[in-house]
Write a protein that binds this ligand. Structure first.
Ligand code: SF4
Length: 384
């Protein structure tokens, strides 16, 4: 807490309670990958016990109508961003490299304020949070056969910056208000569980709702530094060659180093990639790119050290950094998932087949991509 009380943590729990109490609203909640590795820490639960299925059970007791997994839209992000990257590689003579990932709003804001001349190199893909919200208020509303304006879209994130991202005025592409109405951090959801008198150690495991509750191992590692890159390379390999690589072939981008590099051969094409986490590492990497000291095709940046596992909305234990242990949980979940490739997620395939048509289609562009120039940096922060 701020010692002089000048800053306070924004708390949106009451907004969620109001939505839950409103019979006109259909509450659709998504749970981000990194939350599952951390939500139980505040209750002193062992990591093996504090599974995402027990969090699902808590959310169901609280009264959310539909409980889904952001891993679904992480897989969707890979389909869009991976396809966008391959288009750029095909057209490399006319493109500027590297392409940068765009799923971390902390990084996108940093890029817009510090390196505005390079904003066009950001992927136009929205983050998984925003993609999920747009799909919930379009495709899923259609599946439920309800007016999209009745869907109240909530996300549970490891991240404070996601609260600002959902409020960006252009993030409303389904035509039913913001893609995401409210964001709760992991700390807020822990407070909500306490406020509802739920005893986490008594929870049984329960499944996500379907179809947006299906996610691959590639989706779950979005919560760890290097995970977006690895997931994208797994599917890019498939999209180029028509066959799956060994899912662990791109594991060189794992680990807690603040700036990692790797080179891979993708069907005869040599690709140089880099992964950075933490903004001081990011600045070093960006300066090296700007001075021409390093050249890459694809770069993943996450503002928090260790990626979302170490996000600013996660439980805090004074003097102990938990990001590495949480990343291990996420890689463990990837390893045991029957699905390890985003392009094999059957719910993602069905969403394309029945609604979006294909990655980068007209509708995919409308709902799942954004123009990073279309919003200005806020002049000042009022709440944090
Ligand atoms: Fe949010 Fe940090 Fe993850 Fe970026 S790295 S999305 S700022 S939690």
């Amino acid at each position: 807490h701020c010692p002089v009380g000048a800053l306070r943590e924004r708390d949106d729990v009451q907004k969620v309670l109001d939505a839950l109490a409103d019979p006109e609203k259909i509450t659709v909640v998504q749970v981000a990958p990194a939350v599952r590795a951390a939500w139980g820490e505040a209750f002193g639960l062992p990591r093996k016990f504090a599974t995402v299925k027990r969090l699902v059970s808590a959310l169901r007791q609280i009264g959310f109508n539909y409980i889904f997994d952001t891993n679904f839209s992480a897989d969707l992000t890979i389909m869009e961003e991976g396809s966008e990257f391959l288009e750029k590689v095909k057209n490399k003579e006319n493109e500027t490299f590297p392409m940068f990932t765009s799923c971390c709003p902390g990084w996108v804001r940093f890029m817009k304020s510090q390196y505005p001349g390079m904003v066009d190199q950001l992927s136009s893909a929205k983050s998984p949070q925003q993609m999920f919200g747009a799909v919930a208020k379009s495709y899923y509303a259609k599946l439920l056969d309800v007016d999209p304006s009745r869907i109240y879209s909530i996300s549970i994130m490891p991240c404070v910056a996601k609260k600002h991202e959902c409020a960006i005025p252009v993030m409303n592409d389904a035509g039913a208000g913001p893609d995401v109405d409210v964001v709760l951090t992991t700390r807020e959801v822990d407070r909500l569980i306490r406020a509802e008198h739920i005893i986490p150690s008594d929870l049984e495991e329960e499944e996500f709702d379907m179809p947006l509750g299906t996610g691959s191992g590639a989706g779950v590692i979005f919560g760890a530094t290097g995970g977006v890159m690895e997931a994208a390379l797994r599917s890019a390999y498939y999209l180029v060659t028509g066959r799956n690589p060994d899912p662990d072939s791109f594991s060189k981008v794992r680990g807690m180093d603040g700036w990692k590099e790797a080179e891979f051969n993708l069907a005869g094409q040599n690709l140089k990639v880099a992964v950075a986490s933490g903004l001081s590492n990011t600045r070093k990497l960006m300066e090296a790119i700007r001075k021409g000291e390093v050249q890459y095709h694809f770069v993943e940046i996450m503002a928090c050290p260790g990626g979302c596992a170490g996000g600013g909305g996660q439980p805090i234990k004074d003097g102990e950094e938990q990001a590495e242990a949480r990343c291990e949980v996420l890689y463990g979940l990837d390893k045991v998932n029957n699905l390890r490739f985003s392009h094999e997620n059957p719910s993602v395939q069905k969403c394309y087949q029945d609604y979006l048509e294909a990655p980068l289609s007209h509708l995919s562009h409308k709902l799942l991509h954004t123009d990073h120039h279309a919003w200005l940096m806020p002049e000042e922060e009022t709440e944090e």
